[in-house]
Design a protein around this ligand. Structure first.
Ligand code: F6P
Length: 345
């Protein structure tokens, strides 16, 4: 009897998802399994929007951004009717096991679908944010950092030409991985991350000192969820509710830029990189990581390692229980941030 392996890409898209799809299909094909591609995240399993993926349907996709399966942030556990439909379609399509490539919050949905609903699921961590506990890196992150770094390089030259402060807002949700890595690579003068509340007075002092030392231009990298220290909070409640929306963070860069201008008199401009960081061609590093995780995840289903995810630990891909990592956000490494701080000011 044929073995059917379902494949879902869910949560926010990230560069490397197509490389993972190709890898899953190729490894399954070599193991005589058929991959059923489920469209638009869990919604595809609810609606039966499912198609077999073949070697030819995934040929030449590893360098493309996005995901040929589409994605959504839909969580089936919120809705009884969806769970019933999933049960029906699971049987109808004869699915034996399921691989889910997902981000942080949504890996915990996979964990619950395995633990509470009994589905044999293997997870693959993916996100530009690199905030998933249990894996050193997620694919998508390296591409996002490369894009943000290139943007900072470009902003550097215009900041220098005009003697301006450039505030660059980057993504990362509740963690500062993208900000810290891109900030180090792009030689940022200050990096603000959610893990460490910032003091606007210290930032303004630093920027003014740079000007006095004959460096009137600066780059300030701000993670989208960076927050002012409560002792120096300059945001109104209304501004906070605009910026820190769980479903759509963004805008802190604008207010940091305004505050710098007000307090220092330095001309400040703001660039919000937004979704550009998530789009387009994955780097070679992300393609390789995604490919390794895809191959390994199929082998995990063959070994029956359900309720686990593939993870990068040092040089190796390993299997990690979802229970150990679900709902835990991996903060920026202190060592990396300390390294960044050496170059502040
Ligand atoms: O998790 C990836 C990410 O791009 C975050 O950095 C960002 O906060 C969020 O997704 C944006 O989500 P959405 O695509 O739902 O607007």
């Amino acid at each position: 009897m044929d073995e059917y392996l379902g494949l879902i890409t869910g949560g926010g898209d990230c560069p490397g998802l197509n490389a993972v799809i190709r890898a899953v299909v190729r490894r399954a094909d070599a193991g005589k399994k058929t991959v059923l591609g489920i469209h638009s995240g869990w919604i595809g399993l609810v609606e039966g929007d499912i198609e077999p993926l073949t070697r030819s349907s995934v040929a030449g996709i590893q360098y493309r951004g996005g995901t040929i399966l589409g994605t959504s942030r839909f969580n089936p556990l919120d809705d009884k009717e969806s769970l019933q439909k999933i049960r029906h379609n699971w049987r109808k399509f004869g699915i034996n096991s399921l691989i889910v490539a997902r981000g942080n919050g949504t890996l915990s949905a996979s964990m619950r679908m395995w633990k509470e609903e009994g589905y044999p699921i293997v997870g693959i961590p993916k996100t530009i944010d690199n905030d998933i506990e249990g894996t050193d890196y997620t694919f998508g992150f390296d591409t996002a950092v490369s894009i943000a770094t290139e943007a900072i390089d470009r902003l550097h030259t215009t900041a220098e030409a005009h003697h301006r402060v450039m505030v660059v807002e980057v993504m990362g949700r509740h963690s500062g991985w993208i900000a810290t890595h891109a900030g180090i690579a792009g030689a940022a003068d200050i990096i603000l991350i959610p893990e460490i509340p910032f003091r606007i007075s210290a930032i303004c002092d630093m920027l003014s000192k740079r000007k006095d030392m004959g460096r009137p231009f600066s780059i300030v990298v701000v993670a989208e969820d960076a927050r002012p220290d409560k002792d120096e909070d300059f945001l109104s409640d209304e501004e906070k509710s605009q910026i820190y929306r769980e479903e759509h963070l963004g805008g802190i860069g604008h207010f940091v830029g305004l505050e710098i201008g007000k307090r220092t008199g330095l001309p400040a401009r703001v660039a919000v990189l937004g979704y550009i960081q998530r789009g387009g061609t994955p780097t070679a590093y992300d393609r390789v990581l995604a490919t390794r995780m895809g191959v390994y995840a199929v082998e995990m289903t063959m070994r029956g390692e359900f309720g686990h995810m593939a993870a990068l630990r040092g040089p190796d891909i390993v299997s990690v229980p979802l229970e150990q990592v679900a709902n835990i956000r991996k903060p920026v490494s202190r060592e990396i941030y300390r390294t960044a701080e050496v170059f502040f000011g």
